[in-house]
Design a protein around this ligand. Structure first.
Ligand code: P61
Length: 464
C-alpha cells in the first residue's frame, strides 16, 4: 500500500514516558512571597515552589530505563570498580581521549586542570568565558581573555557558528603575551554564555593549526559537545551525511584534553571527568584527584553514577535523540520569534535566551534587567529561569569593578527528556504575557553579594 508522501512530517521523541513526577501550580500571591523570601534570586527558590523548572539543563535530565537498570549494577568497590572501566571505555569510544579521570562534576575537573596547567601571570584565551571555568583559571593565578568572534556578542546576529574563535584575536593574544605565557587555549562547544551557540569544525581545525605552530595545547570544555556536533551536522558543508557520533569524535580529535560536566549531554544527574591524550597530564591529574575528589577510579562518584554516565553517553549521540532534544528548544524559540519577542538568534542548543536589554530597554544594566525578568516570569507563571548577564559576570578580581557584559540574557533552559511540547506552550505564553507588560517592569538593587560566583546566592530588592 502506498500513496504520495506528504511534503511535511513532524518529528517525535524516540521514547515514551514510563514514570511521572507531579508538579504543582502556586497562586500569584504565594509566588510574590516566595520570590521576596528568595531575595529575588531564582537560585534561592525551593523547587517545590516552581511549576516548570527551566533554571538549568544541568543534572536535571530524565534517565532512561537502561540507565536506571545500570544503577543496580553499581560496583561500589573503593578501588577498581567495573563501572569505572565501563565509563573509561565509553569516553574513549565516543570522545576519543586515551586517559580518563572521573570527577564529581565539571568544576572538579576544571579545578584539577587549572591547578596543574596554570601558573600565576598566565593568559588563557577562550571562546567566551564560563563562570566556573574562569573562576578556576583566576584562582590558579591566570587571566582569561575572550577571543570569540564579535558576532557572538550581538544577540540579533544570525551567524550560524557564533561559537567560533576569531583567529586574528587569538593570534594577537599569542603575540602580545608570548606563547610561553599561554598554558592552553580554552575552547567550548557549544558556548553556554553566548546562548548555546556552536563552533564550526573548520574553525576548530584552524585553531588547532595555529596552536600547533606555537606548541600550545588545546583544552575542550566538552559539556555540550554532542549538541555542537548536531549543529555541525545541520549547518556545516560536508557533514550532512555523517552521524553525530562520528562528528563528535572528529571534533574532539583536534583537542588534547577535555573537561566535562556529564550532567548535561550525558543524560545523568551527577558526574564529570577530565580526559586527555597527554600521559604526563594524566599522571598529575590522577595524583591530584585523590586530594580533592576521591580515588582515581571513582573521583567523587558512586560506581552506579559512573555506570549511568557510561550508558548515557551511548544514548546521547543517537541522532534521533539529539534531533528531538534540540527540536524542542527550537519549537519554543520559534514561537517567541513569531511573536516578535527578542531572543538570541540563532536559537541555541540547550535553551532559548531572552535578550533582556531589548526586552527592558528602560532598565539600566546596573539595575540588572535580566535578573528582574527572571522574577517577572516566575511571578507570572511559576516558571523558573536563570540570569545570564551582569550578575553572572561578577567583578574583575584585580580592580573589583563590575563587569558589564554585552549580553544581558535570561536563559530559558530545557532539561533533556523531561518536559512536553505542552509545557513549552505554557512557557511561551507566559513569556508573551510578561513581554506585553514590559513597560511597567522595574529593576533590582543588589543587597547581598557573595565573593565567589555571586549569582548563586546574591540577594536583591526591587528599585523603588
Ligand atoms: C549550567 F549558573 N553549567 O549551565 P558543573 N562548563 C560548562 C557548563 O555549562 C558548566 C560547567 C562547565 C551549568 C551549572 C551551573 O554559573 C553557573 O558540573 C559549559 O556544573 O560543575 C555548568 O560544570 C561546570 C550553573 C554552573 C550556573 C555555573 O546550568
Amino acid at each position: 500500500m502506498s500513496y504520495p508522501k506528504p511534503s511535511r512530517r513532524s518529528w517525535a521523541e524516540p521514547w515514551k514516558i514510563k514514570m511521572v513526577e507531579p508538579i504543582r501550580m502556586t497562586t500569584p500571591a504565594q509566588r510574590e512571597r516566595f520570590m521576596a523570601e528568595a531575595g529575588y534570586n531564582t537560585f534561592l527558590l525551593r523547587s517545590a515552589h516552581v511549576y516548570i523548572d527551566l533554571l538549568t539543563d544541568s543534572g536535571t535530565n530524565a534517565m532512561s530505563d537502561r540507565q536506571w537498570a545500570g544503577l543496580m549494577l553499581g560496583d561500589e568497590a573503593y578501588a577498581g570498580s567495573q563501572n569505572f572501566y565501563n565509563l573509561w571505555e565509553a569516553v574513549t569510544q565516543y570522545y576519543g581521549y586515551k586517559y580518563l579521570v572521573p570527577t564529581h562534576q565539571g568544576r572538579g575537573a576544571e579545578h584539577i586542570l587549572s591547578q596543574i596547567m596554570i601558573h600565576p601571570g598566565d593568559i588563557i584565551p577562550g571562546n567566551m568565558y564560563f563562570t566556573t571555568t574562569r573562576l578556576h583559571q583566576e584562582l590558579a593565578g591566570g587571566t582569561f581573555v575572550d577571543v570569540i568572534i564579535d558576532e557572538a556578542h550581538d544577540p540579533a546576529n544570525p551567524h550560524p557558528f557564533k561559537g567560533n574563535v576569531d583567529l586574528a584575536k587569538l593570534r594577537r593574544v599569542i603575540n602580545e603575551a608570548g606563547p610561553r605565557k599561554i598554558p592552553y587555549v580554552s575552547i567550548a562547544g557549544t558556548v553556554n554564555m553566548a546562548g548555546g551557540q556552536p563552533q564550526a569544525m573548520e574553525n576548530l581545525r584552524a585553531v588547532r593549526e595555529l596552536c600547533k605552530r606555537f606548541e600550545i595545547p588545546l583544552v575542550l570544555d566538552a559539556t555540550r559537545a554532542v549538541e555542537n556536533a548536531y549543529f555541525i551536522q545541520q549547518r556545516e558543508p560536508g557533514y550532512q551525511a555523517k552521524k553525530v557520533a562520528e562528528i563528535l569524535k572528529e571534533y574532539c580529535s583536534y583537542t588534547d584534553t577535555c573537561t566535562m560536566s556529564a550532567k548535561k549531554d550525558a543524560l545523568v544527574n551527577i558526574g564529570g571527568w577530565l580526559a586527555t591524550n597527554d600521559e604526563g597530564l594524566y599522571e598529575e591529574a590522577r595524583n591530584l584527584v585523590v586530594v580533592y575528589e576521591g580515588l582515581h577510579t571513582y573521583g567523587g562518584l558512586a560506581g552506579r553514577d559512573m555506570e549511568a554516565i557510561a550508558r548515557g553517553i551511548v544514548e546521547s549521540v543517537d541522532d534521533d535523540h539529539i534531533r528531538t532534544r534540540i527540536g524542542q528548544v527550537e519549537y519554543l524559540g520559534n514561537h517567541l520569534i513569531d511573536w516578535g519577542i527578542p531572543i538570541v538568534k540563532p536559537i541555541g542548543g540547550h535553551g532559548v535566551f531572552l535578550d533582556a536589554k531589548a526586552f527592558y530597554p528602560h532598565i539600566p544594566q546596573a539595575q540588572f534587567p535580566a535578573q528582574a525578568l527572571t522574577c517577572y516570569l516566575y511571578a507570572d507563571s511559576g516558571v523558573r529561569t536563570m540570569e545570564r548577564g551582569a550578575v553572572s559576570a561578577g567583578r574583575d578580581p584585580k580592580t573589583g569593578e563590575e563587569r558589564f557584559p554585552s549580553l544581558e540574557l535570561v536563559r530559558v533552559t530545557i532539561p533533556r527528556r523531561v518536559y512536553t511540547q505542552a509545557h513549552m506552550d505554557v512557557v511561551a505564553e507566559s513569556i508573551l504575557e510578561v513581554y506585553e507588560h514590559r513597560d511597567q517592569a522595574r529593576g533590582l538593587k543588589m543587597i547581598y553579594e557573595p565573593k565567589y560566583l555571586r549569582f548563586f546566592q546574591a540577594r536583591f530588592e526591587p528599585v523603588t
